[in-house]
Design a binder for this molecule. Structure first.
Ligand SMILES: NC(=O)c1ccc[n+]([C@@H]2O[C@H](COP(=O)([O-])OP(=O)(O)OC[C@H]3O[C@@H](n4cnc5c(N)ncnc54)[C@H](OP(=O)(O)O)[C@@H]3O)[C@@H](O)[C@H]2O)c1
Length: 260
């Protein structure tokens, strides 16, 4: 999978949203696909979310790109996680090293899987990519095709070095926490809907859509992966992948509304 070739798009994250509720996962995933989302991100760290996502995708697997992660100190445990994922998804399209854990060891065997054609891309993630030691080293190691990093109007540490480096190295960029994360309420509920009127010509009806379009307007960003437990929000978020892109004025307007 070439994440870049997907263009600026909205996918679906799965952290703490449907856990082991397969019926809910089915509804949310169905709504996301119906809305035009094709990329689904998970991890063994999210408990039963991978298995629920796999069950929800099932007959829709052909319409989806599965991005998941290896979160293990040892290669043996990493390979066990991969075996389980093959059971859930049939195939992993984008395999990422979660939070830099044992990244050299895990990236080595994941790259062998890629080179054998069994996965498409290798990525690396960190929830504090702009601050944690070692992320830039991992990016420069040539082990990875893409990075997953946090970015939103009040969490912009990655703009200083990580995004420029990704551009220099030609790495695709996936944005986690585009709505500010599951627990931090700084960005939500956001301003009243009337305040969004200047963004209507860009197809924006809601604050979440404004935040997602803000991320996608950075030309270095390929994919945003908001998570939700609500089918109607999966549709709403997917719609942010359409309509005219924001320019610098609209981005600044969203930053002002966010109090950034
Ligand atoms: N280290 C890592 O690799 C790492 C770390 C963090 C995240 N991630 C990935 O990135 C994904 C996204 O990050 P995240 O889940 O932390 O944060 P997020 O997507 O920024 O925020 C998720 C929260 O936003 C709410 N939400 C979603 N759509 C909404 C809408 N349209 N209107 C209002 N609220 C809405 C959800 O609540 P409802 O359920 O009530 O809609 C949920 O609580 C994760 O699910 C995961 O796949 C990876």
């Amino acid at each position: 999978m070439e994440v870049r070739r997907l263009g600026p798009v909205v996918g679906l994250g799965t952290y703490q949203t449907f856990l082991d509720d397969v019926a809910l996962a089915n509804e949310v995933v169905g709504a996301a696909i119906g809305g035009g989302s094709t990329v689904f991100d998970s991890s063994p760290m999210y408990g039963p979310a991978e298995e629920s996502l796999g069950a929800a995708l099932h007959e829709r697997r052909g319409a989806a790109v599965v991005a998941t992660k290896i979160w293990a100190e040892s290669v043996a445990e990493g390979r066990r996680q991969y075996e389980a994922q093959l059971g859930f998804f049939g195939r992993v399209d984008l395999q990422q090293v979660h939070n830099l854990v044992a990244w050299r060891e895990q990236a080595a065997w994941i790259a062998e899987e890629r080179d054998a054609g069994r996965i498409d891309r290798v990525g690396v993630t960190h929830f504090d990519a702009g601050g944690v030691e070692g992320f830039e080293e991992a990016m420069r190691s040539a082990a990875f095709d893409c990075v997953q990093i946090p970015l939103n109007p009040v969490e912009r540490e990655c703009e200083a070095r990580i995004l420029p480096l990704a551009e220099e190295l030609g790495l695709a960029v996936i944005v986690m926490r585009p709505l500010g994360g599951a627990r931090d309420r700084t960005l939500r509920p956001g301003p009243p809907v009337e305040a969004l009127a200047p963004l209507r010509p860009f197809g924006v009806e809601t604050w979440a859509q404004a935040l997602l379009k803000w991320c996608l307007a950075d030309p270095r960003v390929d994919l945003v992966i908001p998570a939700t437990s609500k089918p109607e929000r999966a549709r709403e978020n997917a719609a942010a992948g359409y309509g005219p892109p924001f320019g610098p004025d609209e981005r600044r307007f969203v930053e002002e509304l966010a109090g950034a």
